[in-house]
Design a protein around this ligand. Structure first.
Ligand code: NAG
Ligand code: NAG
Ligand code: NAG
Ligand code: NAG
Length: 406
């Protein structure tokens, strides 16, 4: 009788104690991998892992984790428990792992132990995705990225804003479903994030609880802005929502000062890490044709000019190579630009720039979204617009060595 009762209890609790929404991220330290997952019942979980094909002892090991209670709903009472644990890993070993407790466990996943700031300066391959959501086109994008993971392995995904449309919708259930959608990817490669205009609700509560990004002295653990070296490039993730908000002057100042200092430090190290890449959600340069779009708005005009005023001189002086932006739901690749005009390189053609002298701007906001079809590309593109497309998709950034970036 007791046995049957326990079985029934186990059965009805299975959905509450089984880990879901599993995702990996780099921490502020090299050779660490953070694991984050959710249960709907407060239960102690552990990480079970072992290295594969590596000089390390390959027996299964156990690492403790901790959890925080998170009230996901605005109107109702809906709790979830967000678990995190950090694994110390050996550079370039492969790992096999699962998370959970005696009551319920995740699937087994593997990941490759290449982290930021490592000595490995060989070629890097990253996915850049934004404006994703969970609709039919979003699922197509996910399936294509999974295919790419198999045939052309990449090391991490950088999601530069606008995630679930929105994380807090339906009392947080939209966020839960979206994190489960990306789990087959995010449980295998680090998933590094930035907030977009769909995340600031209630002071970014959902974003900050669900994504644990690298901490630095300036960001106070918010994960709103941070940077890391990976291979031959320095990556700066910047929160442009703060820069367009009219009520966050102190935080804006903190972020801008941190950005200038970060670029100074990166420049001092340029002999070793030659590329500097800045990523934000909002656009400094885009030429979408709002007159035919779902809404007319300020995205490629007034807001762009505000951000140009706040960021462009700093980036130009620091010699930033590439600026990845999203928000506009299409793809556009621009020339090297300074003050709204093309800056000639030593050599330019339709497909390449040799020794560019200003940042190249790429809009990459076409992963899916739920706001109707992609924003139409301009029928009157700016002179600096080299190529644009309304297809759904995502970005693939390859840094080959000190001289070639694709
Ligand atoms: C591998 O590690 C396990 C657990 O730490 C230990 O019990 C075992 O003796 C180790 N094996 C070898 C060959 O070092
Ligand atoms: C939002 O959160 C940040 C970081 O914890 C805090 O510094 C700030 O005061 C908060 N702002 C509001 C309006 O609550
Ligand atoms: C850039 O210049 C073009 C052409 O002169 C102008 O139409 C556009 O408004 C400018 N855009 C920004 C964002 O300054
Ligand atoms: C850098 O990578 C490119 C693209 O693969 C290659 O053509 C070039 O020879 C490489 N340069 C060096 C110095 O290895």
């Amino acid at each position: 009788m007791f046995f049957i009762l326990s079985l029934l209890l186990l059965h009805s609790y299975a959905g509450y104690v089984t880990p879901e929404q599993l995702h990996l991220s780099w921490t502020e330290n090299p050779n660490e991998m953070r694991l984050t997952w959710v249960t709907f019942f407060p239960i102690e979980c552990s990480i079970f892992y072992r290295s594969l094909l590596c000089s390390e002892n390959s027996s299964w090991k156990k690492e403790e984790s901790s959890y925080e209670e998170f009230q996901t709903a605005t109107y109702f009472y809906r709790l979830q428990y967000i678990h995190t644990g950090v694994l110390k890993i050996q550079e370039n070993c492969n790992y096999e792992y699962y998370v959970g407790s005696l009551m319920g466990q995740s699937e087994i996943y593997t990941f490759h132990g290449r982290t930021h700031s490592s000595n490995d300066k060989s070629k890097t391959n990253l996915i850049i995705v934004a404006d994703w959501g969970g609709g039919a086109t979003s699922i197509n994008t996910k399936n294509v990225i999974i295919e790419q993971l198999i045939v052309d392995r990449f090391e991490a995904i950088l999601h530069i804003g606008d995630m679930a449309y929105d994380l807090d919708d339906l009392e947080g259930m939209v966020g839960d479903a979206w994190l489960n959608m990306i789990q087959p990817l995010a449980a295998r490669v680090p998933y590094m994030t930035l907030p977009g205009n769909h995340e600031p609700n209630l002071n970014y509560t959902q974003y900050r609880n669900r994504f644990k990004m690298p901490i630095n002295e300036a960001n106070e653990g918010t994960g709103w802005f941070y940077s890391f070296n990976f291979g031959k490039a320095h990556y700066v993730m910047l929160n442009t929502e703060i820069l367009l908000s009219n009520s966050r002057e102190n935080e804006e100042l903190t972020e801008i000062n941190w950005f200038k200092q970060d670029l100074n430090n990166a420049n001092a190290n340029r002999h070793e890490i030659p590329w500097i890449i800045v990523l934000t959600h909002r656009n400094l340069y885009c030429s979408v044709d709002w007159t035919t779009s779902r809404t007319k708005n300020k995205d490629c005009s007034e807001n762009s000019r505000t951000l140009q005023n706040k960021l462009e001189d700093t980036m130009y002086e620091a010699g930033v190579d590439l600026f990845m932006q999203a928000h506009v739901h299409n793809y556009e690749r621009n020339t090297p630009i300074y003050k709204n005009a093309t800056v000639k390189s030593e050599y330019d053609d339709q497909y390449m720039h040799f020794n560019p002298r200003a940042p190249i701007y790429i809009t990459n906001g076409n992963a899916g979204n739920i706001e109707g079809h992609n924003d139409p590309i301009s029928r009157h593109p700016q002179l600096w617009s080299m190529y644009s497309s309304e297809e759904y998709g995502y970005g693939n950034l390859k840094v080959y060595n000190s001289t070639h970036l694709y």
